[in-house]
Design a protein around this ligand. Structure first.
Ligand SMILES: NC(=O)C1=CN([C@@H]2O[C@H](COP(=O)(O)OP(=O)(O)OC[C@H]3O[C@@H](n4cnc5c(N)ncnc54)[C@H](OP(=O)(O)O)[C@@H]3O)[C@@H](O)[C@H]2O)C=CC1
Ligand SMILES: CC(=O)[C@@H](O)[C@H](O)COP(=O)(O)O
Ligand SMILES: [Mn+2]
Length: 392
């Protein structure tokens, strides 16, 4: 029987890559529901191609526009509006798997809804795990959901780890996350204040959404990925290491107690981890070119420069701090990156906003999604105020 899939964030980089893989296997997968925020034209095209039962838009006006366009084109997809509808399409009884590809903390509630409904959850939306932390993982366990990492580094680690989770503590020495170093790996740190959003979004190997592209440029993406790895693999923060690998052919590695290292390699193309998550434990064609070792130049590795990338170390600091600190860090970073993309904050001040927000927001006790969202809102308000002080 075909697997029915909901794609949250279908108009983004991960969403469109997911649909590309799904379209290659019409005998195995069908699209149950799609969601987007603003891109009505693209959503209309996706509805025409995949004929989902539901399409969810983030705002009333976008939902209305889409409904009109679907009607004009005699398409039957029913249009619904976020936020409640996102949780409904993520947890609907007819759905087998959910791709979490919304950017930012906005994706947390529907991912949790999918977990509570015991779905197979393909998680690209790393911020959901950074914000949700222990509560997210408890929800997955309690409701028997299957959580499959889509982020390329975590997919790599997942593929390298032994199947028997119970053996990890005895066998694994450390997780080695690879990082490209982004577009400014070799740029003079004294010139970081002049960087434009266009330069920051020009990632050396991947074409991604604007927010994650800026995160890669500051290496906050790797900071978020350290936190993501801590939760996905239940690994102590000091056992998670980062090494720069500019070619991004080795997607990450696991070092074992006997000093043996297993790595996952592949073409830098997100359709590879997406296909892996969709079909796991089977393997299906992803559409990505095969890796041609005869044509590969050198694979190189280097240490991350703490002076150039001060944000990277905030991950370990936040993981050692009281619960909720990673929620504060994520909120601050979302605000700072948005301000940078709107050109009101300079690139080098993203870190200043993150640091000052962490210093000034104390998380309280967390026992529910509401607690997390209240902390997220408080941290955002504080980060906004700090970003305004630094505004240019
Ligand atoms: N791109 C990549 O290669 C990788 C991405 N990731 C992670 O995957 C997630 C998605 O990244 P990416 O695809 O690059 O991002 P994009 O910005 O390309 O896409 C984001 C998607 O989410 C929708 N969206 C944005 N804001 C909201 C909101 N408030 N409510 C509901 N929907 C919203 C967008 O809709 P619309 O476009 O219609 O406005 C779009 O469909 C991120 O968490 C990222 O860190 C992880 C590894 C690699
Ligand atoms: C493709 C992917 O998973 C991104 O997270 C990408 O790897 C960004 O890489 P860097 O953050 O190392 O530049
Ligand atoms: Mn990644």
């Amino acid at each position: 029987m075909k697997q029915k899939i909901t794609v949250l964030g279908s108009t983004g980089s991960i969403g469109t890559n997911t649909l590309d893989v799904v379209a290659r296997h019409p005998e195995q997968y069908e699209i149950f529901a799609l969601s987007a925020a603003t891109q009505v034209d693209l959503m209309l095209k996706q509805c025409a191609q995949f004929k989902p039962r539901f399409a969810v838009m983030a705002s009333g006006p976008h939902a209305q526009q889409l409904a009109e366009r679907l009607k004009q084109n005699s398409l039957q997809t029913e249009v619904l509006q976020a936020p409640d509808a996102l949780e409904a399409i993520a947890s609907h009884p007819d759905v087998d798997a959910v791709m979490g590809a919304i950017v930012g903390a906005a994706g947390l509630a529907p991912c949790l809804a999918a977990a509570r409904a015991g779905k197979r959850l393909l998680l690209a939306n790393k911020e959901a795990l950074v914000v949700g932390g222990a509560l997210f993982m408890d929800t997955v366990k309690r409701h028997g959901a299957t959580l499959l990492p889509i982020d390329s580094e975590h997919s790599a680690i997942f593929q390298c780890l032994p199947e028997d989770r119970g053996s990890w503590a005895a066998r694994v020495d450390s997780l080695l996350l690879t990082a490209s170093g982004g577009p400014f790996r070799q740029r003079d740190p004294a010139t970081l204040s002049e960087i434009t959003p266009e330069q920051a979004c020009d990632h050396p190997n991947f074409s991604m959404g604007r927010k994650i592209s800026v995160d890669s440029a500051t290496m906050m993406n790797k900071a978020l990925e350290v936190i993501e790895a801590r939760w996905l693999f239940d690994m102590a923060p000091e056992k998670i290491k980062v090494v720069i690998h500019p070619q991004q052919i080795v997607h990450s590695m696991v070092q074992f107690k006997d000093s043996s290292v297993l790595a996952q390699l592949g073409t830098p193309d997100m359709r590879v981890p997406i296909a892996c998550g969709l079909a796991w434990p089977e393997r299906i064609a992803s559409g990505a070119p095969l890796l041609d070792f005869a044509k590969l130049a050198a694979l190189t590795f280097e240490e991350a420069d703490a002076h150039r990338f001060p944000g990277l170390h905030l991950s370990w600091q936040a993981l050692r701090a009281p619960e909720g600190t990673t929620t504060v860090l994520n909120a601050a970073n979302e605000i700072a990156v948005a301000a940078f993309l709107e050109r009101s904050l300079s690139f080098d001040r993203i870190h200043a906003v993150n640091l000052q927000t962490l210093e000034s927001v104390q998380p309280g006790a967390i026992s529910s999604l509401e607690d997390l969202m209240a902390l997220d809102a408080r941290a955002r308000a504080q980060a906004q105020a700090i970003a305004r002080q630094w505004a240019r």
